[in-house]
Design a protein around this ligand. Structure first.
Ligand SMILES: O=c1ccn([C@H]2C[C@H](O)[C@@H](COP(=O)(O)OP(=O)(O)OP(=O)(O)O)O2)c(=O)[nH]1
Length: 144
């Protein structure tokens, strides 16, 4: 598969450098850039310590790691973070919006999220119409 290069800026020297690890999963882990203490029910935009210029025609998707809730009892409130390629300024730091479901301290360096880049979708043109195909049904219509 073709390789891509990403220009990346780290908050400071203490931030662990990102690493692409092929094989198991090609999603790249992201870590909290600060130690954060949250009360149950508290919201915070956790600094992830990186800003990037994505390759032209790509965006990035940020998701929690599978173990994030188990370890820290936090939920990523936007479910999936979408970083568009215009978010590339020197202060455009990546953040993870989280809600604490319990009192918790997340230590700096904790790998709480992961991301991958995705190619932008093609330009979409919307043509208004009245649909005539048979209903499929949804929301559990095929049974359990
Ligand atoms: O989990 C996320 C989601 C987004 N962003 C950054 C990158 C993205 O390009 C920017 C804006 O995100 P989005 O467009 O989804 O947010 P919005 O609520 O529509 O805000 P805006 O008016 O700034 O576009 O915020 C993050 O750092 N983390």
């Amino acid at each position: 598969m073709a390789e891509q290069t990403i220009q990346i800026q780290y908050l400071d020297d203490s931030i662990k450098r990102l690493e692409y690890i092929g094989g198991k999963s090609d999603w790249i882990d992201l870590a909290a850039a600060e130690t954060v203490t949250l009360k149950k029910g508290e919201f915070r935009l956790i600094h992830l310590g990186v800003a990037m210029k994505l390759p032209q025609g790509y965006e990035a998707h940020i998701a929690p790691r599978s173990s994030t809730f188990k370890n820290w009892k936090i939920l990523q409130v936007n479910s999936v973070g979408v970083v568009d390629c215009s978010y590339c300024g020197k202060e455009d730091w990546w953040r993870m919006p989280v809600l604490a479901t319990e009192d918790v301290t997340i230590e700096k360096g904790s790998r709480i999220a992961q991301f991958r880049i995705m190619e932008n979708q093609p330009k979409l043109n919307f043509v208004e119409t009245v649909l005539e195909d048979k209903n499929r049904g949804g929301f559990g219509s095929t049974g359990i």
